[in-house]
Design a protein around this ligand. Sequence first.
Ligand SMILES: *Cc1c(COP(=O)(O)O)cnc(C)c1O
Length: 379
Amino acid sequence: MSARRPPLLMNPGPVTLSERVRRALLLPDVCHREPEFSALQAAVRHGLERVYPAAAGGWSAVLLAGSGTAAVEAMLTSLVPAQARCLVVVNGVYGERMASMLERTGRAFAVARTAWTQGLDGAAIERALDRDAEIGWVAAVHHETTTGRLNDLSTLGAICARRGVRLLLDTVSSFGAEEIDLAGWNVEACAATANKCLHGAPGVAFVLVRRQALLERRSAASGLYLDLFRHFGAQEKGEPLFTPPVHVLYALREALAELQEAGGWEGRRRRYRDLSSLLREGLGARGVRLLLENEAAYASSLTSFELPPGTDYDPLHAGLKRGGFVVYPGQQSLLGRMFRVAVMGALEPRDLERFLGCFDEAVGRAGTLCQAGASQSVK
Ligand SMILES: *Cc1c(COP(=O)(O)O)cnc(C)c1O
């Protein structure tokens, strides 16, 4: 009898690991105060700085133990001075989360909000900046995973660059697979995680910060654990500040090597686009509609679909899971209206074909035979 593989993850992170990355989790235990760990930490930081070659020299990666949210919170609370004014651009859960972080830490901020199914409104952002000349920071989400929209940062970045306003980005679900123009968009920092487009294991996150800011400015952090400046200081000396997730870092080092071999972020974006096209065409042919206005609105890695009429999310999810695939629901106001399918992680075009067969089965239409795991047994 062959063992059945666990379901493939088509939720927007964490992802199905490649066998190569999974094996890296089993490398030897090391003490984080020994030179072996210093070398690992340096390799991971360097690997992250190489994902966007323009970062080299100008932006430094600071590692943190935690999920993506920890990196976003560390970025906002370490960099935005307590007295500064910030504009948060919101069109989904993750934009709201950044506003909530600023609110809880007593920062003064304004919000430029559009509906969750809408893109950013450049004119409204300009008006908000005109209204309050004291605003020196803009915080925005690159890929708003709530809907799959890739926010138009060329427009927002051009506004920030022209006005000399510093841009802070949540790139948690775009780093490694979408364009990030650090200099052109006046990016002060961007926060991300190991376990989305980089295909690492969950447990480590990071912020890429303009190096000059880390060297010359004072930390705005009021807490201890999420103070990026302290982590940066220790990491520059080859030490971690606190106990790091050593094995997760091994996995990230391997995942970064895999990314480079696969053509870097552009190669990964091509791969995601190919897989997402199969998905969108396949579900489109079955009459399933996109939640957003058109394909061009989406990030390469994720698509949100309207639930087909008469289909509830829970049975759809359960049917797909029986067939070997985990998908994701809508959040908050979008719950019950949509489902999301990501193509990050170790996925092959043939997995998408099987997915479509299982989808038919799950919505009770075409009688495509899809016995759970039948075609995915491993020896
Ligand atoms: C996944 C995600 C996060 C962080 O999620 P964690 O569960 O903390 O890793 C933040 N922002 C965006 C845009 C995300 O997609």
